[in-house]
Design a protein around this ligand. Structure first.
Ligand SMILES: [Zn+2]
Length: 158
């Protein structure tokens, strides 16, 4: 079974970045009207994550109402409600900014494009063909995943 795909409403932009960090195909349109979100969920077979109970009802089986405040709690709520398996879609496989699938980048092409100490101490890099952002082990996105593991480990006490 292929991993689920998502579209999130205007209120959940930060959650979208976390879902992408986990590797899930996640659309975030910024301000968008409900009809557009519902249409995307329908035509692209995406689960609509929303803070709006009415919108979640309209999306029916494709709707997922997120009640929690704060992105940490929202993330745990989404993982539980959707039974996500944090490694199923591939960690660090998708750009946090634009949702494009990342590609390996040969180190020699990155001189001057990443901080010097990062260039000196890392051998493997991933790059976004969409917005050109570069990722590496220990970069912000990677640290988010470490935090995610911790959040899920202690979710009982959140
Ligand atoms: Zn990108």
């Amino acid at each position: 079974m292929s991993p689920p795909r998502f579209v999130v409403d205007t209120m959940l932009g930060r959650l979208a970045r976390w879902l992408r960090a986990m590797g899930y195909d996640t659309l975030y349109l910024g301000p968008a009207d409900d009809r557009r979100l519902l249409q995307l969920a329908e035509t692209e077979n995406r689960i609509l994550l929303t803070r709006d109970a009415k919108l979640a009802r309209l999306a029916a089986s494709r709707g997922c109402l997120i009640r929690a405040d704060g992105v940490d709690h929202q993330l745990v709520e989404a993982v539980e409600k959707l039974s996500l398996v944090p490694r199923e879609a591939g960690w660090l496989s998708r750009c946090l900014e634009c949702n494009t699938v990342l590609e390996p980048r040969p180190k020699e092409l990155l001189s001057g494009l990443v901080p010097e100490y990062i260039f000196a101490t890392h051998t493997e890099f991933m790059g976004c063909p969409g917005c050109r952002k570069v990722y590496w082990a220990g970069s912000h996105a990677d640290r988010m995943l470490t935090r995610l593991s911790r959040l899920l480990d202690r979710k009982g006490s959140l």
